[in-house]
Ligand binder design. Structure first.
Ligand code: NAD
Ligand code: GLY
Length: 347
């Protein structure tokens, strides 16, 4: 088992990574928490695969909410359903909420845990690659509004994160590949050794080590900037243009990972335009393509520029771009809208 711990403003999160860990999750949970009861939140795809396996290990009263799978259910009405289920089950502030699922389940459940009775203990059991390397760690929780994604939320750290790479075996290939976009992101922003691992044809054999390397980066970044006011922005490499592309596609034309892949290629071209000593774009593009991810922006550049200016990372006429000029090192560079416009048109 590989372990990491993240010390945040409100305590420590223990992160355990081990193949087959879900079968031992009950023991790990009861080593950490002493609840009288447990409420598990999962979704309609994950429930038939793993809910019974988890429930069967908890020698305690257990209740659950199964939400419909999909980003469109990451909204306040779903959180309200979870509150009602927890009240009906008799959950108190001393009890435990478990998120069993991908990033959607993790974000919603984290927000429900942060706000139910002003905060109950939270355990994250991420079941997608994206959730294992990114969303289950670091305490960002929340839901979408009709006006945009993740507009309501809270920073709320899980006390325990249990990562079992075996559960990735049931993921559709496209969902696994989505998570690989985030893995490549970690390689370029903080640890070029990840890129060497991913470039191997049999990289999936090393997925536990790859997950550990990514989570370690996320832990280190969040430990220094839990509230996302500085360094944590490097985790947005590829996400500025990526979010703009996702928005232009109505959040259906591109998956998040595809948008991030396209966004990273765009950010790499900008990095070159902003003085990177060598053009890292061809290597990035080849790696993303080998993983089955797209790299070309399918939208009008003027429309991309408009969409990224309305993105929430815009502060007073500038956009904070994450640039990579050397593999394994990212810089946060504020670029004015005027300077950015011609660069986006040339992407
Ligand atoms: P998701 O949670 O929608 O999962 C994708 C699909 O995979 C769903 O249909 C789900 O039911 C299914 N699934 C999950 N685990 C499975 C398994 N083991 N086997 C088979 N199917 C499985 O999507 P995601 O990509 O995991 O997460 C995306 C969400 O994460 C977005 O809402 C995004 O905003 C959020 N996010 C949050 C953070 C954060 O820091 N909190 C970071 C990145 C992304
Ligand atoms: N996924 C970006 C962050 O956690 O900050």
């Amino acid at each position: 088992m590989q372990t990491l711990s993240l010390t945040g403003a409100n305590g420590v999160s223990d992160i355990l990574i081990e193949t087959g860990l879900l079968a031992r999750a009950g023991a790990a949970i009861l080593d950490t928490f002493s609840p009288s009861r447990v409420h598990i939140v999962t979704d309609s795809t994950v429930a038939p695969l793993y809910l019974e396996k988890l429930e069967g290990q908890l020698a305690l009263p257990v209740s659950h909410t199964v939400i419909p799978a999909g980003e469109e259910h990451k909204r306040l009405t779903t959180v309200e359903t979870i509150y009602h289920d927890m009240l009906a089950a008799g959950m108190t502030r001393k009890d435990l909420v478990i998120a069993l699922g991908g990033g959607v389940v993790g974000d919603i459940t984290g927000f429900a845990a942060a706000t139910f009775l002003r905060g109950v203990s939270l355990c994250q059991i991420p079941t997608t690659l994206l959730a294992q390397v990114d969303s289950s760690v670091g305490g960002k929780t929340g839901v979408d509004l009709p006006e945009g994604k993740n507009l309501v939320g809270a920073f709320y750290q899980p006390r325990l994160v249990l990562i079992d790479p075996d559960v990735l075996d049931t993921l559709p290939r496209e969902t696994f590949t989505d998570g690989m976009a985030e893995v490549v992101k970690y390689g370029y922003i903080a640890d070029a050794a990840i890129l060497d691992m991913v470039a191997q044809p049999n990289y999936r054999d090393k997925i536990e080590d790859i997950i550990y390397a990514c989570v370690k980066i996320k832990r280190d970044v969040v430990a220094q900037d839990e509230r996302d006011t500085g360094l944590r922005m490097i985790l947005n490499f590829g996400h500025t243009v990526g979010h703009a592309a996702e928005k232009l596609g109505g959040y259906t034309a591109l998956t998040h990972g595809q948008a991030v892949a396209i966004g990273m290629a765009a950010a790499m071209r900008l990095s070159r335009a902003m003085g990177a000593p060598e053009d890292l774009t061809p290597g990035l593009v080849a790696l993303l393509q080998s993983l089955g991810l797209p790299t070309e922006l399918p939208y009008d550049r003027e429309a991309i520029f408009g969409a990224l200016l309305s993105d929430k990372k815009k502060f007073g006429g500038t956009v904070n771009f994450i640039l990579v000029r050397t593999p394994g090192k990212a810089d946060i560079v504020p670029i004015s809208a005027e300077a950015l416009h011609p660069m986006i048109l040339n992407l």
